[in-house]
Design a protein. Structure first.
Length: 245
């Protein structure tokens, strides 16, 4: 029982890190049954963290307003869900690791390169329909090719000219759609003993909540390139851990 408990705790923490940082579960040997409760905990945490987008803004939309963030989250999420159910591409483990590490660190390396900035026609702080299209496609590609979701979405938002704070926020706002598809793809959770499911959910919920708090505090205090470098470094380390494990 102790071994099962420790395996569940470690696997849950890894799943949370993979969900929030630029990494992918394709190189880890994690019990598929833990994916559902662990991703569910992260999903609930993100929905609660960004509850203003899914509560206040829809009410504003009903009254005739069209908040930019609501349009962005709706379209990017819809694209992620629709495209995310296409057949996955089987990628060799070595290639997946190399590509994943490259995409994890690329946002920091390419920061300042803004080819899509000229297409943004709304307010500076608000995501556009172009952003929604690029991030939705980026998340779907990450899912289908086994690439890091955080890396692909960060790169798409970086090309639009956002700083690290907005990249982090806009990327995580649409992460729930990615998690929903992954949960559905994972199928029914059949953990033994049964209490491992609720435990994994609770651990992932509180750990994800702590990570979100830490990341948004950190992004306020350091430069954008430095933050993206640290963010990508965690993703790269996770990939290397997956190889070792």
């Amino acid at each position: 029982m102790v071994a099962e408990l420790m395996n569940a705790v470690i696997s849950t923490f890894l799943v949370v890190l993979i969900a929030i940082f630029p990494s992918s579960p394709v190189v880890f040997s994690i019990d598929p049954n833990l994916i559902v409760p662990a991703y569910s905990g992260v999903l609930v945490t993100l929905l609660l963290y960004f509850r203003d987008v899914i509560s206040r803004e829809p009410i504003m939309a009903i009254k005739g307003f069209k908040p930019a963030q609501l349009r962005y989250v709706t379209l990017a999420s819809a694209l992620t869900i629709v495209l995310g159910f296409l057949p996955r591409v089987q990628v060799e483990r070595r290639i997946a690791v190399i590509a994943g590490i490259a995409l994890a660190v690329l946002p920091a390396i390419a920061y300042g390169f803004k080819p899509l900035e000229g297409l943004r026609k709304t307010f500076e702080d608000e995501p556009t329909l172009v952003d929604a299209l690029s991030v939705g496609v980026a998340q779907a590609l990450a899912m289908l090719l086994g690439l890091p979701r955080g890396g692909t979405s960060a790169l798409a938002l970086e090309f639009a000219g956002y700083d690290a704070k907005r990249i982090l926020r806009f990327s995580l706002q649409v992460a729930p759609a990615y998690l929903v598809v992954e949960i559905i793809r994972a199928g029914q959770c059949q953990l033994t003993p049964k209490w491992l499911g609720p435990l994994a959910f609770a651990l992932s919920f509180f750990f994800a909540k702590f990570l979100l708090w830490m990341l948004f505090k950190l992004v306020e205090r350091i430069g954008s390139r430095t933050f993206l470098a640290l963010y990508g470094l965690v993703g790269a380390v996770l990939y290397l851990m997956g190889v070792v494990m």
